[in-house]
Design a protein around this ligand. Structure first.
Ligand code: TRP
Length: 368
C-alpha cells in the first residue's frame, strides 16, 4: 500500500484497497444507527474507524464529541461540504463540537501569513460553515495559534510517543514544518478530551482520507500518553469529489471546483466547460447513452445538488439510456446550482453579524 501524504496531492484510485491497506472499516453496517443522511446512503461517506464508540456513548446518554479542522489556504468549495454536513449531523445527534482553524499549519507548510490565514478562516471557513447550518454558539472554535498554553504544551509532550521510524513510515519525507503541524494536529484531535474540556470521551473526526495518517498516529498517541487518559479517536471518511474537468479537484485550480462564493455566472461557465460522460455525437449518445461514472456534472448532482434519491435515479436512467443529452444534464445542474448558490450566499451574509459577534465575544482579536 503506498503512503498517503496529507500535504501532497492525494488521489485514491481504489477506495476498497485503501481501506483494506489501512484498516478502515465500511460505514454501511452502522448506517441504521446514524440519522438518515444522504452522504451515507449514497456511499459518499464510506468509511470509519471505531465509530461504535461514539454511537454507544450516544445510546448510553454519555458525552461524546465531533472535532475537525481545516487549513486556511484557499477558497471553500463543494469538495469541502461533506465534512461540514457530517459535523452538523453529529452536532444534531448531541455531540459537543470542536472546530480548529489550522493557521499554524498553513503558515508552516503553505507560506500563508497569519493575517491572511485569519481572513481566510472568517471569509471562507466560518461564514460558509454557519451558512451550511453549523451552530457556532454550540461550537468550541479556535485558531491553532491561539489554542492556549496547555494545548500547545501537549502537542510537544506528544512527541515522546511517536518514533522516528513510525513518523517516516507514515508520512514519508518530512520537514520541521510538517512534524510540528502533525504534532499540533494530534493535540487538535484530542482537544475535546483534554482535562479542561471534561476529560476522556468518544470523539469522531470527519476527514478526507488524506488526513488518515494523522488519525492513525493520534490513535497511537492516545493509547500511549501517560499523563491523562484518552479514548482512541474515531473517524469517518468521505470520497473526494473529482475536479470538474476530471482528475483532482484542487484549490490551486479554480476551473476544477465551484466555490461557494462563485457568482452564478462563473459557476454556470464552469459547468459548461466540465467533463461529461456524453458521447462524441448526438446519434451515438442516443444509441449508447452517457456514462455517469465519467461525468463530473452528474457527480456534482449526486454529491450535493439533487437531494431526492428517486429524482437522482430518474436522471441517471434517462442519461444512461441516451434519452437525456449532456447539454440537458448541464442545464439541470445550472438551474440547481443557481438556486443553491443564491440561497447559500444569502445565508452567508446573514451569518456575518453572528460570526463577528462570536469572534469578538471569544476574544479573537488581531493576529499573533
Ligand atoms: N491538516 C488539516 C488540513 O489539511 C487541518 C487540521 C488541523 C485538522 N487540525 C485538524 C483536520 C484536526 C482534522 C482534525 O486541512
Amino acid at each position: 500500500m503506498t503512503d498517503i501524504d496529507p500535504w501532497g496531492d492525494v488521489e485514491i484510485a481504489d477506495y476498497s484497497a485503501t481501506m483494506e491497506g489501512f484498516g478502515i472499516e465500511p460505514i454501511g453496517p452502522l448506517a441504521d444507527r446514524l440519522p438518515d443522511n444522504r452522504l451515507v446512503r449514497r456511499g459518499i461517506v464510506f468509511g470509519q474507524r471505531d465509530l461504535e464508540t461514539v454511537l454507544d456513548a450516544r445510546d448510553r446518554g454519555d458525552p461524546f464529541a465531533v472535532m475537525t479542522g481545516l487549513m486556511p489556504s484557499g477558497v471553500f468549495h463543494f469538495g469541502h461540504l461533506a465534512v461540514v454536513e457530517q459535523v452538523r449531523m453529529f452536532q444534531e445527534m448531541g455531540a459537543e463540537v470542536t472546530l480548529c482553524a489550522a493557521d499554524i499549519e498553513a503558515y508552516a507548510t503553505r507560506d500563508v501569513s497569519l493575517e491572511d490565514a485569519r481572513e481566510l478562516v472568517v471569509e471562507e471557513y466560518l461564514l460558509n460553515y454557519v451558512a451550511a447550518g453549523l451552530d457556532l454558539d454550540r461550537t468550541d472554535f479556535y485558531f491553532q495559534s491561539g489554542a492556549g498554553n496547555d494545548h500547545l504544551a501537549r502537542s510537544k509532550l506528544f512527541s515522546r510517543y511517536i518514533t522516528e521510524n513510525e513518523f517516516e513510515a507514515t508520512y514519508g519525507a518530512t520537514s520541521p514544518g510538517k512534524i510540528s503541524s502533525a504534532l499540533t494536529q494530534y493535540a487538535d484531535i484530542l482537544r475535546p478530551q483534554a482535562p479542561e474540556n471534561g476529560g476522556p470521551k468518544p470523539t469522531v473526526v470527519p476527514v478526507g482520507i488524506d488526513q488518515d495518517p494523522h488519525v492513525r498516529l493520534t490513535r497511537d498517541v492516545a493509547s500511549r500518553y501517560r499523563e491523562t487518559a484518552y479514548v482512541k479517536p474515531a473517524s469517518t471518511y468521505h470520497r473526494f469529489m473529482r475536479g470538474l474537468q476530471g482528475g483532482k479537484m484542487s484549490s490551486s485550480d479554480p476551473a476544477s471546483y465551484i466555490a461557494l462564493t462563485d457568482t452564478v455566472e462563473d459557476a454556470k461557465r464552469k459547468i459548461d466547460a466540465a467533463k461529461t460522460g456524453g458521447r462524441a455525437s448526438v446519434e451515438e449518445h442516443r444509441e449508447k447513452g452517457g456514462t455517469v461514472e465519467d461525468d463530473m456534472v452528474f457527480e456534482l448532482l449526486a454529491f450535493h445538488l439533487v437531494r431526492d434519491d428517486d429524482e437522482l435515479e430518474r436522471i441517471r436512467r434517462k442519461y444512461e439510456s441516451g434519452a437525456m443529452l449532456s447539454g440537458e444534464l448541464k442545464q439541470i445542474a445550472k438551474e440547481r446550482l443557481e438556486t443553491f448558490l443564491r440561497d447559500h450566499q444569502e445565508k452567508r451574509e446573514a451569518a456575518r453579524p453572528d460570526v463577528e459577534r462570536y469572534l469578538a465575544e471569544h476574544g479573537f482579536g488581531e493576529a499573533t
